[in-house]
Design a protein around this ligand. Structure first.
Ligand SMILES: Cc1ncc(COP(=O)(O)O)c(C=O)c1O
Length: 396
């Protein structure tokens, strides 16, 4: 199938037809569980060793099953190419460190996934890379923070983990000069396509909704061929490569992404509406809710609200503790985007390593609960949350 034909299809169809280059005559993609490949001659060996993004030389350089996953994701993002990694953080840190050198400057969003925050706060300074932080909602602040000739990268995440602030993709995508990178994990390609707004690279933790079954640790970055080739070169040295088995699970997840995201968005909206205005809940953070402070922006750049939401319980830490200990159907576990509904208490888990002032700046209060809505029936999810709310004593 030609790329043009593939790109003429709706996203749900692209998710089915793309990424079949490793199939041969097999309908489903085979698992190429190999580390190395034979070459018939010295000349062939030399050609393979010097070919960028080669898939049949040595599996740290590339692998046919991994390439199929990369092709499928690139087709969904409307990108020329994609590079897979062994985790979302592999994709985030390699994208940043492949692009930046000593003396460079980065403009980063203040509210980021905690490990990404640590990359900017602890690793970048060690390599002489300066970072300026801008609030997600301050669109003009991103442009104002750019130092012409010195700012190499702008890095944002939208919706942001875990309070669901949005970044205006159109406004930031239009900033001339730096390479614009977005972590789109919380929305994914069925909901928003950042490259169409002027972003250069879109990163995902494919561990989440792309693979979608809590059984693969995987990351990916998509963009123009030259940038992806540059990141690939760095990744062969850095070594955070994707396993073929995880890539196969990632590809299988992509095949059903459309229906999963639609159902999770529908269920999450129903849950958010049920929580909004509840006496035990101070605030619900969900971009699909009319009460979301950036609802107009959500309508402009997101096709659906997605499966992630968070809410603040009246009663702080104690209410949060009682709530997560009272859910029956949902699992109290970190991660997101899978078939099971998961709950986390960010202040004591993913954000536990952050300084108090950073947690406060990100809006992570002690009573904050994050929910990744799964594929159970929405009535059962809502009933479980409501009984846990009652048990938490929040608002009483
Ligand atoms: C928004 C976001 N980006 C990146 C990551 C890192 O992904 P991984 O755990 O696959 O390294 C996560 C993990 O939770 C995340 O939520």
């Amino acid at each position: 199938m030609t790329d043009e034909q593939e790109l003429s299809y709706h996203l749900e169809t692209r998710a089915i037809v793309a990424g079949r280059s490793a199939n041969g005559r097999s309908l489903s993609t085979p698992l190429w569980a190999t580390t190395t490949y034979e070459s018939a001659t010295i000349e062939e060996g030399r050609r393979l060793a010097t070919t960028p993004r080669v898939t049949e030389f040595y599996s740290r350089y590339g692998n046919p099953t991994v390439r199929a996953f990369e092709e499928a994701l690139a087709a969904l993002e409307g990108a020329e190419a994609a590079q897979a990694f062994g985790s979302g953080m592999g994709a985030v840190s390699s994208s940043v460190l492949a692009m930046c050198s000593q003396g460079d400057h980065i403009v980063a969003q203040s509210q980021l996934y905690s490990a990404t925050s640590l990359l900017f706060q602890m690793v970048c300074p060690r390599f002489g890379i300066d970072v300026t932080y801008v609030d997600a909602t301050d669109s003009e602040g991103f442009a104002a923070a750019v130092q012409p000739g010195r700012t190499r990268l702008i890095f944002v995440e939208t919706p942001a983990n875990p309070v669901m602030q949005l970044v205006d993709l159109e406004a930031v995508g239009a900033i001339p000069g730096p390479i614009k990178v977005v972590d789109s994990t919380f929305a994914g390609p069925m909901i928003q396509r950042p490259l169409a707004h002027g972003f250069d690279l879109v990163v995902h933790s494919a561990t989440k909704s792309l693979a979608g079954h809590n059984d693969a640790t995987l990351g990916v970055v998509a963009g123009a061929e030259d940038l992806i080739q540059w990141i690939w070169s760095y990744h062969t040295i850095h070594g955070a490569v994707a396993s073929p088995f995880d890539a196969l699970n990632g590809l299988r997840g992509i095949r059903t992404l459309g229906v999963r995201i639609r159902q999770q968005s529908e269920s999450a909206l129903r849950l958010a509406e049920a929580l909004d205005g509840h006496e035990g809940v101070l605030r619900v953070n969900y971009p699909g809710l009319e009460s979301h402070p950036q609802r107009d922006l959500a309508k402009r750049q997101m096709d659906m609200g997605g499966g992630m939401l968070s809410f603040d319980l009246a009663g702080g830490l104690e209410a949060g503790r009682r709530f997560v200990e009272s859910v029956h159907l949902a699992h109290v576990a970190t991660s997101l985007g899978g078939t099971e509904t998961l709950m986390t208490h960010p202040a004591s888990t993913t954000a536990a390593n952050l300084p108090d002032e950073d947690r406060e700046m990100m809006g992570i209060g002690e009573g904050l609960v994050r929910v990744s809505v799964g594929l159970e029936h929405p009535d059962d999810i809502i009933a479980d949350v409501m009984q846990a709310l009652a048990a938490s004593g929040a608002g009483s």
